[in-house]
Structures are given as structure tokens and as C-alpha cells.
Design a protein around this ligand. Structure first.
Ligand code: TRP
Length: 333
């Protein structure tokens, strides 16, 4: 870690399976970054308990998320993939930074407003201070770049605000992070409603393909995908369903849009949807196989968890020590 590579940090909540959208839009790009940046990917389980979780299922989802990331190609010996709750400095910094965050700032967060409407029976304080924990995640590692989607940009803004405020009082303690916009990466939309992003929390299972879905499920979801009343495989703003399928096909095969339009210039949507399904199945097959291998190799997974927790803790501890010193806490003896 003592090199001059920039640090990238991102967090993923263990609240479901990795989707084809996460894979094509994010993970697949992260693989390309692993040699040029110091990358931290945290399984953000502390964030997930702002909504009630069933313990056994929650535990399983977290470890399966880790395995899916590794299976999808993120090397856990190069990247630091770890569990947020294993590194206590996240919670510690979160308390400290909550004293440098204003109620008004948190009240303005759109995600808080949305989530408190959705979970109106459980508007807990954690839901309110969620952005402070996220800021702590990012700032603990002296992160420079954060690859996040549109919905998380406001959280990055508040992170920058908190960090600058702290630095103004105590000197240069935190690096000020920026949003990382990947050079390429498919934006995968919901299969039944191409006006919105594919999301693991979608209530309609036919909108989402999980990278661990069985081949016959994948085929059936593509078969049911929404298209339009024409029968022409052509990329166009006025054909969002078909364009989404073209994007997916290009992302998994490496073909261009033109090649794809040409390849399916006859045969119509039926043939095309089947081909998209088959291409996705073929792309996911090795990932699924690797996942099942990892499932049978608990010792290896335990070693990864142990080593990566240590690597993350080392960096986190350096920051928290500095923060405490600057604030004026009595040093531990
Ligand atoms: N809040 C993010 C989400 O729901 C997850 C997350 C937690 C995160 N900590 C982070 C993302 C730090 C980027 C950086 O998607």
C-alpha cells in the first residue's frame, strides 16, 4: 500500500444477489482497474441493518456476495475485498464524523426521504445517519476515487463536505474524494421496464437477471423481455427494450452495435432474444462454476476474509489514530 497508486473505494450492500447489471456495469470494469489502483471493495453490512434482516439469511448473503465477487473475476489477493463489520474503525469514525455533520444536511438527503417513506414503520436513527457511515467508509482509506451510480452521488457530495469541514479545523487529515466515472461499462436496464435500471431490490423478478440464475431461468427471462411492436433489431432511443438487449449482447460478446444489428437483420425478436439469453448463459457459466468451487472451499474463503480484514484494518487504523490525535483525545497507554 505504500506505493503511489491512487485509491479506489466502493461499498456493496449484502442485500441480495449480484445482478447482470452490477456485473456488466461495475465489476467487469473493476477487474480492469485492479493493477493500476489500490482498490477496496467493502461488503457494507453495517449499512444493511438500517432495514431489518433475518440473521441466518443475512450471514449467508454476505459470504455469498464475497464469493460472487471473486468468482466474477476480482482477485482477492490484489483487491482488498472485506466485510465492513470486521473493521471496527468504520463505526468509530462514523461516531466522530457525526459530530461534524449537521441535522439539516442529513434531512436534505433524497435517499433518507425515500427510504423513510418506504419503511415508514422503521424510520430509525441509522437510516438518518447512513451518509455519515458511508463518508467514514470512504475517508478511512484516504480514498481518491469512488465509483458510484447516480443515486449515490449526493452521498459523495456530503462526504466531501464533511471531510473539508474537518480538514479546515484540524489540517490535512482526509483526502477529498471524487466520483469515478468509468471509461466504459454497460448500463443495463430492467427487462420488463427499460426506463429504469436493473436493480437487485426490484419486486418483479423478471426485471432482473442474477449472475447465479440457472440457465433455464435466464433463458425464460430474456424470452419475456419487453421489446416493441416492430420486429426490427435496431438500436434507437425510441426502442428502449430492444436497445437494452443489444447493449447486453454487445457487452457479453464484445461485438459492436452495428455487427449485432447486421447479425440479426432477419429472424426478428424471437431469434434475437434467444441469442441474447444464450450469450449471457455462456458468459456466466464459468463464473457460476467458480462460485460452486469456492462454496466447497471454505478454508480458502476463511483465509481471504482473515487476510483482507487485516489489510483493511491496517490502513483504517492509521487514519483513525491520526483523527483521534488531532481531535485531542487522551492517548492510550
Ligand atoms: N450506499 C451504497 C449503496 O447502497 C453502498 C456503500 C456503502 C458505498 N458504503 C459505500 C458505496 C462507500 C461507495 C462508497 O449502494
Amino acid at each position: 500500500m505504500l506505493d503511489d497508486k491512487k485509491t479506489i473505494f466502493s461499498g456493496i450492500q449484502p442485500s441480495g444477489f449480484v445482478t447482470l447489471g452490477n456485473y456488466l456495469g461495475a465489476i467487469n470494469n473493476w477487474i480492469k482497474l485492479q493493477n493500476d489502483y489500490n482498490c477496496f471493495y467493502c461488503i457494507a453490512d453495517l449499512h444493511t441493518i438500517t432495514v431489518r434482516q433475518e440473521p441466518a439469511k443475512f450471514r449467508k448473503t454476505a459470504v455469498e456476495l464475497l464469493m460472487q465477487y471473486i468468482a466474477a473475476g476480482l482477485d482477492p489477493e490484489i483487491n482488498i475485498i472485506y466485510c465492513q463489520s470486521h473493521v471496527h474503525q468504520h463505526a468509530e469514525l462514523s461516531w466522530i464524523l457525526s459530530c461534524f455533520t449537521y441535522m439539516g444536511e442529513l434531512q436534505r438527503m433524497t435517499q433518507f426521504k425515500e427510504k423513510s417513506q418506504k419503511h415508514s414503520d422503521n424510520i430509525n436513527a441509522g437510516l438518518f445517519t447512513y451518509p455519515v457511515l458511508m463518508a467514514s467508509d470512504i475517508l478511512l482509506y484516504q480514498t481518491e476515487l469512488v465509483p458510484v451510480g447516480e443515486d449515490q452521488k449526493q452521498h459523495l457530495e456530503i462526504t466531501r463536505e464533511i471531510a473539508s469541514r474537518f480538514n479546515k479545523i484540524y489540517g490535512d487529515v482526509f483526502k477529498i474524494p471524487e466520483v469515478y466515472i468509468p471509461k466504459a461499462g454497460a448500463r443495463v436496464m430492467a427487462l420488463q421496464d427499460p426506463s429504469k435500471k436493473m436493480s437487485k431490490s426490484d419486486e418483479n423478478a423478471n426485471n432482473t437477471v442474477a449472475i447465479m440464475d440457472k440457465p433455464e431461468i435466464i433463458m425464460s427471462k430474456f424470452k419475456k423481455a419487453v421489446t416493441d411492436s416492430e420486429n426490427e433489431v435496431r438500436f434507437s432511443e425510441t426502442k428502449p427494450g430492444v436497445s437494452n438487449l443489444i447493449n447486453i449482447y454487445c457487452a457479453v460478446t464484445g461485438n459492436t452495435i452495428e455487427q449485432t444489428e447486421k447479425e440479426f437483420s432477419s429472424g426478428g425478436y424471437g431469434v434475437f432474444k434467444k441469442a441474447v439469453g444464450e450469450a449471457v448463459v455462456a458468459k456466466l457459466e464459468p463464473i457460476q462454476k467458480k462460485f460452486y468451487d469456492l462454496q466447497n472451499n471454505k478454508d480458502y474463503i476463511d483465509t481471504i476474509i482473515k487476510n483482507n480484514t487485516e489489510r483493511a484494518s491496517y490502513v483504517a487504523e492509521k487514519t483513525i489514530r491520526k483523527v483521534k490525535k488531532k481531535i485531542g483525545f487522551l492517548p492510550k497507554v
